[in-house]
Design a protein around this ligand. Structure first.
Ligand SMILES: [Zn+2]
Length: 299
């Protein structure tokens, strides 16, 4: 038995461990389209702006990918946001909120301290501030940190006389922060008001999904509201509404196209056209008004 345990077994172990530890294929090489189930090669998906080549479904973009798409030449500067008050209510459900925050940090892996990232740069050569939600961070839920982020974005836009673009992707209020989370609705509304009072454009790009307290505050206050195709936008979930009113909801209810039809959204546009349209809108809204001599009619 000794040659078996001393010689053969270690050799087998060595072979097994090297093959399992040597990870030649990265985990994220392929992604599955959540709509049609097609396996998509990550490199193709990147080149196609994270839109499924088979069914046209717009997959989620993280804040970095989104900023690269929106800013001129993909160049932008992320700003440091105030350090959020961690777990103000010492909340615990099946897990401590502080532990959930730690997990969210590890999972999101991006630059976000919480569910929002703010950056400034130029769009269409016009100074612009973009505040983008990170859905991977606790479903983009809005707590104090997100309110802080929106206020910081608004202040920066006013200071730089820049346009403000907000890109929500959120499940709504951060339940673990209770009433403090709900207070972010008027707080974010005030942030938007600051930008409007300064006469600067405020544009919202609704992405999948924009729901709950986010849709009931700053997300619906844009001077111009854009939306991505197929995005779910609404306050309460469709199933809850259906069970409450006991009626079948119309087809496409709470989708971007349905909201466009009913006047809640101004433009639904595919991601490939997003940058150009946004640049055109910002240029139009921020270009100086024609001087009196230009508009005076000859008489
Ligand atoms: Zn698809």
């Amino acid at each position: 038995m000794s040659w078996l345990t001393n010689v053969v077994l270690p050799k087998i172990r060595a072979v097994v461990t090297t093959t399992t530890t040597k990870k030649e294929i990265p985990d994220n090489l392929w992604q599955k389209c959540p709509n049609c189930g097609q396996m998509l090669f990550s490199r193709d998906l990147d080149a196609n702006l994270h839109v499924c080549g088979t069914c046209g479904f717009h997959l989620r973009m993280n804040p970095t990918q989104r900023m690269k798409l929106l800013f001129d030449d993909g160049v932008f500067t992320t700003i440091e946001l105030p350090k959020p008050i961690s777990d103000p209510l010492k909340f615990r459900d099946t897990k401590r909120y502080s532990d959930r925050l730690k997990d969210a940090h590890a999972k999101s892996g991006g630059p976000s301290r919480d569910a929002i990232v703010v950056a400034h740069g130029a769009i269409g050569a016009v100074p612009t501030v973009v505040a983008c939600f990170d859905f991977d961070f606790m479903a983009g839920s809005m707590g104090i940190a997100v309110g802080d982020g929106l206020l910081a974005a608004a202040r920066l836009a006013v200071m730089q006389e820049a346009a403000l673009v907000v890109v929500p992707a959120s499940g709504g209020a951060r339940m673990q922060e209770g009433i403090l989370s709900l207070m972010q609705m008027p707080r974010s509304t005030l942030a938007v008001e600051m930008v409007k009072e300064a006469g600067l454009p405020y544009i919202v790009l609704l992405t999948h999904p924009t729901t709950g307290g986010v849709s009931a505050s700053f997300a619906m206050l844009g001077d111009i509201t854009l939306a991505e195709p197929g995005a779910v936008i609404g306050f309460a979930g469709a199933r809850v509404i259906e069970e409450t009113i006991r009626e079948k909801l119309p087809e496409g209810f709470q989708r971007a196209e349905y909201l466009l039809e009913h006047g809640m959204v101004d433009i639904v546009l595919p991601r490939k056209d997003l940058k150009e349209t946004l640049a055109r809108l910002i240029r139009l809204l921020l270009s100086p008004a024609p001087s009196k001599t230009l508009v005076r009619t000859a008489s």
